[in-house]
Ligand binder design. Sequence first.
Ligand code: SAM
Length: 196
Amino acid sequence: MRKWNDDPFTKKAKKENYEARSIYKLEEIDKREQLFKGVHRVLDLGAAPGSWTQYCLKKLAPEDKVVAVDLAPLGFIHPQVIFIQKPIEEIDLVSILGSEKMDLVLSDMAPKTTGVHDTDVARSFDLASLALEAACKFLKPGGSFVVKLFMGESFEEYRKLLRTHFEQIRILRPESTRKHSREVFFVAKGFRQPSK
Ligand SMILES: C[S@@+](CC[C@H](N)C(=O)[O-])C[C@H]1O[C@@H](n2cnc3c(N)ncnc32)[C@H](O)[C@@H]1O
């Protein structure tokens, strides 16, 4: 039987000193979508153990910042990273970010799976909806949003929601996504500032 650490992306991440194999999903999305052009501020939701944050640091200039959020701890500390260890449901991001706006919002948040399809899909939809709420509050006009969602009945509803806020939406399933996984990523670009 194949063990989890036989996986080539897990081995590669270990060899390259990344916190998780998830890094290769963001790397592929970025190669295809050029996410970091002109980006100085990133909000990284579901950041732990921290491989997406590590990728952001690789792409940003030394004066740029990542605000990372997760209920689990990040595997490292870094002067360019503000880490908030709390569930997204309990964070008052306004009190932390004030009026500061982000160029890019990422959400790799995923629920602990139960194996019950409807429950897992519904929980993933709830997390993706909270991520969209944060993106709408904190993105600069024209900003980008990358979010993970488990495929299911709520997929079309979520796509429709995204369409109301962004100019362009793409759906990607990176090569490093595990074969049995139901996850897909939406890449939404061109955030439209809501009219007051
Ligand atoms: C796939 S992992 C993220 C991996 C991360 N992007 C990386 O590259 O290291 C999903 C993360 O979502 C987080 N998560 C799940 N529910 C959450 C919630 N309610 N609030 C914040 N984070 C949550 C989990 O703790 C977990 O660390």
